[in-house]
Design a protein around this ligand. Structure first.
Ligand SMILES: Nc1ncnc2c1ncn2[C@@H]1O[C@H](COP(=O)(O)OP(=O)(O)OP(=O)(O)O)[C@@H](O)[C@H]1O
Length: 179
């Protein structure tokens, strides 16, 4: 049983809370997905897709680790390792060149790992790049992730869920992801 300590953020499909794992006493992040945010068929598919893609990419030091998934009649929760903040929250700070290199190299290692498994994330943006006090970068939110295929065209992703300012060039021009 997890008690939510404080809300960390929210998105199109639910809210994320900080909680304490009663067994390990470690902080965890709990993403509560609300089936009322979409119709039930899509909700079940989206949850399964998000969990499958993220678990397939774990363990990796630069991918947020899923600990457990719990589903009840009214909602589902993905319990993950907790990170202190996101790149979105620190982007107004002035980072040194060395710090930026450190963040970028970890981010690229994480993305390279995901791609090496034949998966594309499709929503890399500062809100989904987690950071902890030790400077470790972890990629989160695999809600739009999917298997990459040579003829995959991303232009059919709904506008409301893809972060516009961070869309890849292939999506903007309606070309293949691998061109
Ligand atoms: N493991 C984590 N540790 C700490 N904070 C987290 C963690 N996962 C998510 N968060 C926080 O919760 C916010 C929302 O998370 P997330 O983007 O996964 O939710 P979502 O409902 O899928 O949103 P979206 O609309 O982008 O799909 C993040 O921007 C971040 O601030």
């Amino acid at each position: 049983m997890l008690n939510a300590l404080k809300p960390l953020g929210g998105g199109a499909f639910g809210s994320v809370y900080k909680a304490i794992d009663p067994v390990t006493c470690e902080p965890v992040a709990v993403k509560v997905l609300d089936p009322r945010s979409t119709n039930h068929k899509n909700f079940a598919f989206r949850l399964q897709q998000e969990v499958t893609m993220q678990e397939r990419c774990c363990p990796h030091p630069n991918v947020c680790q899923i600990r457990q998934v719990s589903t009840t009649a009214s909602s589902s929760a993905i319990i993950m390792d907790f990170s202190d903040t996101t790149l979105r929250h620190v982007r107004d700070l002035v980072l040194s060149e060395e710090e930026l290199r450190c963040v970028m190299s970890q981010l690229l290692l994480g993305v390279h790992h995901i791609h090496s498994l034949g998966i594309i994330h499709r929503d890399i943006n500062p809100r989904n790049i987690l950071l902890d006090h030790a400077g470790t970068v972890r990629i989160a939110d695999f809600g739009l992730a999917g298997r990459a295929t040579p003829d995959m065209w991303l232009g059919d992703s709904p506008d409301r869920v893809v972060t516009e300012n961070y869309r890849p060039p292939d999506m903007l021009i309606g070309a293949s992801a691998t061109e």
